[in-house]
Design a protein around this ligand. Sequence first.
Ligand code: TRP
Length: 448
Amino acid sequence: MNRTQRATLGGKLSAVLVAAGSSVGLGNIWRFPYVAGNNGGGAFLAIYILCVLVLGLPLMIAEFTVGRASHRNAVGAYRALDNKWSFLGYNGVLAAFLILGFYFVVSGWTAEYMVHSVTAELAQYTTAEEYAGMFERFIRNPWRPLLYTSVFVLATHFVIALGVQKGIERSAKVLMPLLFIILIALAIHSLLMPSGAEGLKFFLLPDFSKVTAATVLTALGQAFFSLSIGIGTMVTYASYFKPETNLRHTALNVTILDTLVAVLAGIMIFPAVFSAGIEPSSGPSLVFITLPGIFNGMPLSMVWSSVFFLLLVVAALTSTISLHEVITVYLHEEWHLSRRGAAWTTTGGTLALAALASLSLGILDGWRICGLNLFDSLDYVTANILLPVDGFFTCIFVGWRLDPKVLEAEITNQGRLNFRIRRIFAVLLRYLCPAVLLLVFLDNLGVF
Ligand code: TRP
């Protein structure tokens, strides 16, 4: 495919906003607070930030390099650089499909909770048990989650169908600033609550006595999921970057924004949790069960609740868009479908998978894959297998196999930029990242 036929993103800010749109998602606002709460709060945060900077950042730069050096979809990109490595692209497209299978379902829940906050239906319960019961009934219902998931899938489709510039870029430019405004307002509101300081202490003061090897591995997995690395999303987005885009600065900005959102989400959630006297380690249901209960005890509760779930919807949408694009542009460029046809095929396929995943929490609960229902297996297989494997091989490919001239040319924009941290970058990418990833992977398989 001719380079000039492909879409490119606008200025410097567009590259950052679009990539940050992918990174910032349910991973930051739904997953991060409960994982941090389960793993000791402040100490987890410290280790998480270390993982982001030492491992996540170099890998994001590596993915950007592959994307912009080839100007192709994830499969085409690896194939263009080295035919033997196209399996990494296929792994990415497959992982994007499987992640969307459960991500769309959770996104649908956030949309339903937003609607129920606006209509004040969520305000009719009081105790945590009632909220838990409501959540259980909702996710087990065969129709309602499907309805909201379909709406969410169609919203994603709509943006993708508009194209890279008019759809992806424009939506990121509107949604990302909106997300920050809401998040900052909610964090300030939360800090002003009665036991706000206690929650903040739990989150920001590290207690390293609770740290184990498992904490480090959990932090790493969370960092990769949150940054959207390990499955070709960043390869795909970087294929639209301009020649002038500074890959290192873009990666650094995206990493900082993503971490900032996770920290703000923690600042928003822990003081609220402590004010209500709830354990911070209540797990994945923190956002859907604990928080509505907390909101309910506050003045103007449904306003805050609506705004909070709107925040989740916005965060989820910019991420589902990025995952959808990985598959759409692959079908478009490799299978020569029209962009519209490719988008519809992706939408149809992911909706079918998401529908099955959603039903697997209710009437299809009997279908088990190695003991897990479909929803949980999709989460498990992607986060614990496909993501670390892809990350590991990306390090090996970019660090050892790729022509160093290509890497140098992309990082320095054909020699126009300095590359002073060359040595450190090489050590991280060639040795440290693959070694740590291998450990994570083996640990996930239960070798240790
Ligand atoms: N990073 C997003 C989040 O935090 C989810 C996501 C989008 C993702 N693209 C990805 C996760 C690629 C892993 C790989 O919610």
